[in-house]
Design a protein around this ligand. Sequence first.
Ligand code: ATP
Ligand code: MG
Length: 560
Amino acid sequence: MEKDTEKELTGKNFIEQIIDKDLAEGVYDEVCTRFPPEPNGYLHIGHAKSILLNYGLAQKYNGKFNMRFDDTNPTKEKIEFVESIKNDIKWLGADWEDRLYFASNYFDQMYEAAIKLIKKGKAFVCDLSADEIREYRGTLKEPGKESPYRNRSVEENLDLFERMKNGEFEDGSRVLRAKIDMASPNINMRDPVIYRVAHMTHHNTGDKWCIYPMYDFAHPIEDAIEGVTHSICTLEFEDHRPLYDWVVRELEYPHPPKQIEFAKLYLTNVVTGKRYIKKLVEEGIVDGWDDPRLVSIAALRRRGFTPESIKMFVELCGVSKANSSVDYAMLEYCIREDLKMKRPRMMAVMDPVKLVIDNYPEDQIEELEVPNNMENPELGSRSVPFGKELYIEREDFMEVPVKKYKRLYPGNEVRLMNAYFVTCTDVEKDEEGNITVIHCTYDPASKGGNSPDGRKVKGTIHWVAAKTAVQVECRLYENIVDEEKGVYNKEDGSLNLNLNFLTVLNNCYVEPELAKAEAYDSYQFVRNGFFCADCHDSKPGLPVFNRIVSLKSSFKLEKK
Ligand code: ATP
Ligand code: MG
């Protein structure tokens, strides 16, 4: 991450410093930001950064936050994405109140703006083909050549532009271009196209228009119309800023908005590109756009991430001008931090083996009162049934213990978490030699897991009572990407997939309380990680759990 000395001095990031200065100098009286997605796909963690940044600034400065769909391109957009985008933003906690806008509602004003430029001699209709325009544009080293149509009269331009609007010309036959400077070192300023002919139906305006504005022309106008002050976008638009400024200046807006760029959020070894996610979905490699292995906002929500954890993550990443890539482990750190005090710690056995307490009364079920979260008494307690037959994790028993093994083995005494001390007496095996039952005796005086006589046990293991346990499916995830190879195959640009990215455990036993879990409910399963009830596959009384994250990690938060 970039060291930002200014930030160390003032505690403010570079955008806040710009805003402070603008307010102090009276450039603006009030702050207004916006989030302007194109409704052409699902939002992902990168968008979350932009949303929380824009919304956070509006909040911090007591200003306004606009939700604006940038729906000026009829080719790519679909109305179905509008609802999913709104949902995701609401879930993240960014509240646009009544400030919901659609850029396509400004087509009239954009058209008027184009006319204004023509009248000022700042725009002209050009008949060059797309290929010719490209040729005339020049390169980084060579200046461009002026279009032969550049010096058309204002009257002719007005007439041709109106006829473009009236549908007299075919797609691609004529465009409206800004008249700026073909010799500019910035290629974006070499008479950029600002309107094109496209005979297409738009999801909002239908067939009213057959000319559509280009992004670089439309976006500053949208900002200006809405009174946006600080139009925050990502770094790739830095070279477009002179054009943004040109548009708002030539259109003479009284309080022109200001574009500020910041670095995109990249996650190392994580697929964020829309094109690639689409491919994974279409090829059935993942189960839809909200597959818990993806980092779309819908997927993170389904996996069990919370808005708070995403906010914390975005804040830890900071706002910078330098591109960098963040480890997925940092996101995992944030969800662990968020959930560890907030969620109950439950017992669930992922890989069960039966344990029988031979000296425990046959049909007795005892209800033990267990604290929900030892570190947070506010979460209260619950009752957990205990009985003669239990399930424990297969890895919590070894017939021949390795060195330093503290859990159960023949002759050893351990604590059953919150219950009793038990000592292993014997095992049963099947024909192949697999252990099928572990026999133990318990000490009734050790109830609650407390030593009756100062006796020490080294191991504590979790369990569930066989009679009352609920059998559920748990899914463990790994990265979709083969981390050794990196996301993209250098030769053909395909994805390097990790084929072990999903483990489905069908034979997990959980305490009965967990049968009540509803979609999106999350818990800590002691020793096994944080889990969340899947929103598609859970049924009433029979949840399916997705592992959000394991409990431990080698990730350390660097002190900045
Ligand atoms: P497209 O390729 O379709 O333009 P996009 O990811 O840029 O995809 P938009 O809907 O245009 O999608 O993005 C909305 C906003 O989110 C923009 O302001 C954009 O700068 C911001 N944004 C997109 N990706 C990231 C990212 N990785 N980090 C931070 N902000 C992002
Ligand atoms: Mg974009």
